[in-house]
Design a protein around this ligand. Structure first.
Ligand code: GLC
Length: 494
């Protein structure tokens, strides 16, 4: 080999060595970085652990808090609000009634035509409108005027056959899904906002008064006959469809539950005992808190930076408004401490609430071999392109950890209610059937979450009992339920 040849061979050899060296270094570096990402995920998973023994402690704590909340006003983080619904719909309700359902990202106006025992619901029409984000943090007048204006349009467009006899006012059931201290079936004051609403001038104010004034300003001539929480509406709508419904749970933007309590078991209730001896309680379980809840640093950070720090902790672990945000927070930490998503933290990943739970759900349900949906969500929402399969798998695993913890805790909450009602154990004689009326976007659309919740509840109950405890989806039970309660509390009722 000549001199030139030798030199060339040495140069090529050196270049190859350098390239191989770089490759190996990069690989080592990236496997080190992946190891860091894996470690963060593993630590998070361990802290989210909600094994059955822990869930039973959560359920017991829920039962204890229920007792405390029923005993005295302010006796517990659980408000256990008295709904003034002491009779759920009987099925005999008749006539045309309206409902307004406000409490999540959308609100609905609806009209229900009831045909009594024989004919049931003859007609049901609704209109759904999303709430402009600026109205969620504006003034109460702006918000109520906006919904009253939609109600006005809805009524203006209805057919003549729905017109009421001369002299009779239209009646409305108002589903207002926030903690309201009721003073009767159609009066109450807002205790505080939840779920990203923050309108200072409404807290402590008469909710029905605010809606009635807005309706007057918008030219809607309607009487509010019932003011109900969405859980109470769902319970009413559920019971109308199936008499075994005894509990209602909403898993949507927020979460909450209502159930039928014996009025004698409500020491703080000083009103007259109802004929039925029962009272529906709006638990406001979103505000439940217990040392048994598996909290992580990400939950603590989310809470501290939320609009309502220190409040709604159970809701922040389990409901649709927050699950995607928890995932984002963990991803952000991974991006800060590893190169799984590139050398720098993708700027979009730093934006709170950019990753919504429906997108998290879409990623979690991705069954394609190369996790295509995950790849495109990461690209479209977080502007992270060319993600490795390893990174996508980690994201799915993360969604699974967050959803599983939420769903299992929700199941524990339901067990707590069943315990309080004495329906968690089998008794002699006829087995008692309990239907839990479920609704909310999270429950309806996040299949893995729903299945996990239901499986966990079965696991927690003993086999005999679990045969008779069923979760059933009642779509828009809350709106229909509010219209039914307006009917059963009609001011024209004989
Ligand atoms: C929030 C509200 C509660 C409602 C629940 C579900 O937790 O405070 O009133 O029932 O969301 O919408």
């Amino acid at each position: 080999m000549g001199k030139v040849g030798v030199t060339a061979a040495v140069v090529v050899g050196a270049a190859v060595c350098a390239a191989v060296g770089l490759l190996v270094r990069n690989q080592l570096r990236s496997s080190g970085q992946c190891a860091r990402a894996d470690a963060i995920l593993k630590e998070f998973k361990d802290k989210c652990g909600a094994q059955n023994s822990k869930l039973k402690q959560v359920a017991d704590a829920m039962t204890v808090e229920m007792h405390a909340g029923l005993a005295s006003e302010g006796g517990s983080k659980l408000k256990m609000l008295i709904s003034y619904v002491d009779n759920l719909p009987s099925g005999a309700e008749e006539g045309v009634y309206y409902a307004l359902d406000l409490g999540g990202t959308n609100f609905r106006v609806l009209r229900v035509q009831l045909g009594g025992t024989e004919r049931g619901i003859i007609n049901r029409e609704f209109r759904e409108v999303s709430i402009p984000p600026n109205l969620m943090v504006g003034t109460s007048q702006e918000l109520f005027d906006y919904i009253a204006a939609e109600l006005a349009k809805f009524v203006a467009q209805e057919e003549d056959r729905f017109h009421l006899p001369f002299g009779r006012k239209r009646e409305l059931g108002f589903t207002f899904s926030f903690p309201v201290m009721q003073t009767s079936i159609n009066t109450g004051t807002l205790a505080r906002w939840t779920k990203g609403f923050s309108i200072d001038d409404a807290v402590g104010k008469d909710v029905v008064g605010a809606l009635s004034s807005a309706m007057e300003r918008q030219g809607v001539d309607m009487h509010v006959s019932a003011l109900v929480n969405d859980t109470v509406g769902t319970l009413a709508g559920g019971k109308y469809a199936n008499k075994d419904v005894a509990v209602a749970v909403i898993m949507g933007t927020g979460t909450n539950a209502a159930y039928v309590e014996r009025s004698q078991a409500i020491p703080k209730w000083h009103g007259p005992q109802s004929e039925s001896g029962e009272m529906v309680i709006n638990m406001e379980w979103g505000n439940f808190r217990s040392s048994h809840l598996p909290l992580t640093e990400y939950d603590i950070g989310l809470d501290a930076e939320s609009l309502n720090p220190g409040e709604q902790m159970f809701e922040k672990l389990t409901s649709g408004m927050y699950l995607g945000e928890i995932v984002r927070r963990v991803l952000c930490r991974i991006a800060e401490e590893s190169t799984l998503f590139g050398d720098t933290v993708p700027p979009k990943l730093k934006t709170p609430f950019i990753l919504r739970t429906p997108d998290m759900s879409a990623m979690h349900h991705d069954t394609s071999y190369d996790l295509k949906v995950v790849g495109s969500k990461l690209k479209d929402i977080l502007e992270i392109s060319n993600t490795s399969l390893k990174a996508r798998k980690l994201v799915v695993e993360l969604c699974s950890i967050v959803a599983t913890r939420g769903a299992r805790l929700a199941a524990a909450g339901i067990l707590g209610i069943l315990k309080k009602m004495g329906r968690d154990i089998s008794r002699d004689g006829e087995p008692q059937r309990t239907i839990i009326a479920m609704d909310g976007g999270l429950y309806e659309h996040y299949t893995v979450y729903r299945v996990c919740l239901e499986t966990t509840l079965r696991e927690l109950l003993d086999a005999e009992v679990s045969k008779n405890v069923v979760c059933e989806h009642f779509n828009d039970g809350s709106g229909t339920g509010a219209a039914l309660l307006a009917a059963s509390h009609s001011s024209y009722a004989s």
